[in-house]
Ligand binder design. Structure first.
Ligand SMILES: [Zn+2]
Length: 197
């Protein structure tokens, strides 16, 4: 990973942690609806979206993806594809679209294909770190993909990828945000460790 990619990666992870802290999320699975409610971001179905009648800025192409985010008159909304039946996939999509919104991707600037690719990657890092915060999982010392999938309510595939990340990542000494995150999840880490080990 290049230095600049590393920096963007870290920024997306920090924003995911900051989101958990600011919305007072104290346990997994992360309550995405609480975050959306606090951020005043409504969640709709694809079928209710009428692009022609709305002058808005979009992120992620309509109907080609699991969901997309919209900005209209300074307000945001997320639209989900009802054809996606897996709840875990829906959760990832919501977190991914929330990432686009919070990372400021719905600005007026036009993007080149390269930048779009980079933003997709950032939104994925955000979603993965929001739904399954590596730092908390490391602290819980849970490395089994099945348990991770159950604890975080993510797909088994995502949990398996997470296990690989956890294996290669070292647990850093806690600094500012990590301290806050650990404080907030303290009770949850304790009880979950007891139940899953
Ligand atoms: Zn996207």
């Amino acid at each position: 990973m290049t230095k600049s990619k590393q920096r963007t990666f870290h920024q997306s992870e920090l924003l995911a942690w900051r989101t958990l802290i600011d919305h007072n999320i104290t346990e997994l699975p992360v309550d995405l609806f609480q975050i959306l409610k606090n951020e005043a971001i409504p969640l709709h179905s694809f079928t209710t979206f009428k692009q022609a009648s709305t002058k808005c800025r979009l992120y992620d192409k309509i109907l080609s993806t699991d969901g997309f985010a919209v900005r209209s008159k300074g307000k945001f909304a997320i639209f989900l594809n009802p054809a996606v039946s897996s709840l875990q996939r829906q959760r990832f999509t919501i977190a991914h679209e929330l990432g686009h919104i919070l990372l400021g991707h719905l600005s007026n600037k036009t993007c080149t294909q390269d930048i779009i690719g980079e933003k997709e990657w950032q939104a994925n890092v955000f979603a993965s770190r929001l739904l399954a915060p590596n730092y908390i999982l490391k602290k819980m010392e849970i490395t089994n993909p099945k348990s991770i999938a159950e604890i975080c309510d993510i797909s088994l595939l995502a949990a398996t990828q997470k296990t690989q990340q956890l294996y290669t990542e070292h647990l850093r000494n806690p600094k500012g945000l990590e301290h806050l995150l650990l404080d907030q999840f303290h009770d949850f880490i304790k009880t979950t460790k007891k139940n899953f080990l």
